[in-house]
Design a protein around this ligand. Structure first.
Ligand SMILES: Nc1ncnc2c1ncn2[C@@H]1O[C@H](COP(=O)(O)OP(=O)(O)OP(=O)(O)O)[C@@H](O)[C@H]1O
Ligand SMILES: [Mg+2]
Length: 254
């Protein structure tokens, strides 16, 4: 089998005496969608943040295309990478947050173009053309020149997705991308996620949208108390969960 895009092995993370991740192993092959479910506080966001080294793990390894994230190994020891190198690695991992995190003083187009101009030092004309294409792809061709405050939540989140795509990442992490949205706006963002999935984007999506998981996920993971309780295809985890904790969680969200 080819090298997975993402490989997480034995990841542990504590905050003080609180063990938030207690031995996480996870593999994502190219072009797959992994949906992570789990109760509040189970460590889902911490896991996503550990993947791109926004959190420094206490133990374990994260690899992107086989390359260690956040560290280099020399003589059997790990040495944390310098900030520049970490930023370069992070550019290969898109991150879409619950609260969009757009720059309020930049237009939609400028939000999408900002990282490629700053990070990749690409010619501006090329970056803006690509940014326009990305905004069109998320259905916002007519919103290039407006500011985030002039956009609905669903539109802001679609700009944030276009921004995540702008660096042509190997992997995109989504942390509850629809949970800050009014119910009638959830669908338009999930449609964009479905399009990305169909186009072969490798995605890890933390969400409570079970319908989306059922349709779009290759693998559904249920986390509780810092561990992966079970994982498998949606039909198995969602319809025939093996663990009582998964069953009781699903009975609350379904
Ligand atoms: N920087 C931090 N310092 C201390 N504790 C933290 C920190 N970040 C997270 N935690 C704690 O770690 C635990 C897991 O948090 P995390 O945000 O990963 O959970 P989650 O599964 O994403 O929950 P939610 O569904 O509410 O978003 C929680 O108890 C949280 O309070
Ligand atoms: Mg969270």
């Amino acid at each position: 089998m080819s090298t997975p895009v993402l490989e997480i092995h034995g990841v542990h993370k504590s905050f003080g005496t609180l063990d938030v991740l207690r031995g996480i192993d996870l593999t994502a092959q190219a072009g797959t969608v992994t949906v992570i479910l789990g109760p509040s506080g189970s460590g889902k966001s911490t896991l996503l943040r550990s993947i791109n080294h926004l959190e420094k793990v206490d133990r374990g390894r994260v690899r992107l295309d086989g390359e260690l994230i956040g560290y280099r190994q020399a003589g059997g020891k790990l040495h944390e990478l310098g900030e520049r190198h970490i930023l370069q690695q992070r550019a290969r991992i898109g991150f879409v947050f619950q609260n969009f995190n757009l720059f309020p003083h930049l237009t939609a187009l400028e939000n999408v173009a900002e990282a490629p101009i700053a990070a990749l030092k690409k010619p501006k004309i090329q970056v803006y053309d690509h940014a326009r294409e990305l905004l069109a792809r998320v259905g916002l061709a007519d919103k290039t020149d407006v500011y985030p405050r002039q956009l609905s939540g669903g539109q802001q989140q679609r700009v944030a997705i276009a921004r995540a795509l702008a660096l042509e990442p190997r992997l995109i992490l989504f942390d509850e991308p629809t949970s800050a949205l009014d119910p009638e706006l959830v669908g338009e963002v999930l449609d964009v996620l479905r399009d990305l999935a169909a186009a072969g984007t490798t995605m890890i999506v933390v969400t409570h949208e079970i319908g989306f998981a059922r349709e779009a996920a290759d693998t559904v993971i249920f986390m509780d108390e810092g561990r992966i309780v079970e994982q498998g295809p949606p039909a198995q985890v969602l319809d025939h969960p093996r663990h009582e904790r998964t069953q009781s969680f699903l009975s609350k969200v379904l």
